[in-house]
Design a protein around this ligand. Sequence first.
Ligand SMILES: [Zn+2]
Length: 247
Amino acid sequence: MKTLLPRLLTGLALAGAFAALAPARAAGPIRVLLVCGGHDYQTNQFLQVFRDNPEITFTHLTHPAAHAWLAADKAREWDVLVLYDMWQDISEPAKQDFVNRLKEGKGLVVTHHAIASYQNWPEYERIIGARYYLAATNRNGVPKPRSQYQHDVRFRVEVLNREHPVTRGLEDFDIHDETYRLFDVAPDVTPLLGTKEPLSHPVIAWAKTYQQARVVYLQLGHDHYAYENPGYRRFLANAIRWAARRE
Ligand SMILES: [Zn+2]
């Protein structure tokens, strides 16, 4: 017993770890959990982007109902979490569910104002690879001014990495959209899109991993000018496919 029990426990732990990894579903549409709430948007025009994507089915949720869908039993119904929310309240169990789903390999695509969610949850910054400052603050002795946004900017989007699956089929494109600047981007992300527009941060989209999850952030997407832009649509569809490990 003295030698067998630890071996048995190790075997059980390994089996448990293996079972916990959600394998990519090989066939059928990618099931998207689309989470909004906490910020206005043109709902019908935004949802049309998802209705027009033939590769997905989607469930559209608004806070505060969304966090319940991060629980293990509800998560069997989706493959990729797409965030278009701007929300601050999150319970400790919901934080655990969020991280556990990423440990299992669920995909995550974070768009636009969702960069400013969960300002009081430091792990969210590590998950998405960025920090937007809703208020001026001081970090480790470094003063951080409030991040800035500008509506209705017409600017050129440049593809920074043409080898990545998320930029496949994309050329540089023009867009009418909102820009953000004075936010931090983690040094370990893979930059995908950028711009020379001075009202914007030079990097506006990237890919990264967090635990077992593939994560993409896309800054674009304020209103219908972006929703209707073919470059925005192509990037978002590629991001969902890559996050779902279907590329
Ligand atoms: Zn916006």
